[in-house]
Design a protein around this ligand. Structure first.
Ligand code: DX5
Ligand code: ZN
Length: 216
């Protein structure tokens, strides 16, 4: 199966959200990736529930919510109730990651756990059997338009190996940050199957071609 593309709306014209959603869905985006930043876990503030509620009104593909916030358990219910189809939180931000996973699952939706580039695979290993998605950040979270960090690739391979040995072949490995038509090849080879892309797909003159180039 070809990889899926989760288009990061952080890279779109937020003043024209409704049309940007339509445009990127027509270009073939499989999911809409919504980056929630709190200015504490990361050095940037993006948007939160009011904006995601608007996104949900116009989205026709699954909403993939990426929480880059401290104490994510406080907000899981809000982001689930507004219609997230997947909620990914950061391992580094949670006191009790299993409790966050369970809370996400209590809403009947998919749970994702994410690690920053500096966080080792061993930290996420205990949770690999409980989640539907593992997000391996390929840049330090906080900003769009950064350069892909190649050192993260070995973590993707390692996680894919661990998932295979657990018989969890359906668990997604998502990559996020600096993904484009070149870096996507390395991600795919390493075992990632969901490509998040913001500046590359939204900045392309031909969005159809850009999205297609990530489906390898
Ligand atoms: C970064 C966000 C990303 C970001 C990706 O912290 O999690 O989703 O929008 O942007 P690009 O594709 O431009 O690296
Ligand atoms: Zn993201």
């Amino acid at each position: 199966m070809k990889s899926l593309v989760s288009a990061s709306l952080l890279g779109c014209d937020l003043a024209d959200l409704k049309n940007e959603i339509k445009s990127i869905e027509q270009a073939g985006a499989d999911w809409l990736h919504c980056d929630v930043m709190d200015g504490a876990f990361v050095d940037n503030i993006s948007f939160g529930t009011p904006v995601l509620k608007c996104i949900k009104k116009y989205a026709t593909v699954p909403m993939d919510t990426h929480l880059m916030i401290q104490y994510p358990i406080r907000y899981v219910d809000d982001y689930a109730k507004l219609g997230s189809d997947n909620i990914t939180f950061h391992l580094e931000a949670a006191d009790d990651p299993q409790a966050v996973i369970d809370r996400i699952h209590s809403h009947g939706i998919s749970a994702g756990i994410s690690i920053k580039p500096a966080t080792p695979v061993s930290a996420v290993k205990p949770f690999l059997e409980s989640v539907e998605l593992v997000l391996v950040m390929t840049v330090d979270p906080g900003f769009g338009g950064q350069k892909f960090i190649p050192d993260t690739l070995s973590k993707i391979s390692e996680i894919r190996y661990l998932l295979d040995s657990l018989g969890r072949n359906d668990t997604h490995i998502q990559v996020d940050g600096g993904v484009n038509d070149k870096t996507v090849k390395f991600c795919r080879e390493a075992g990632a199957d969901v490509m998040v892309s913001g500046s590359y797909v939204f900045g392309a003159n031909d969005r159809n071609a850009a999205v297609k180039s990530l489906k390898i």
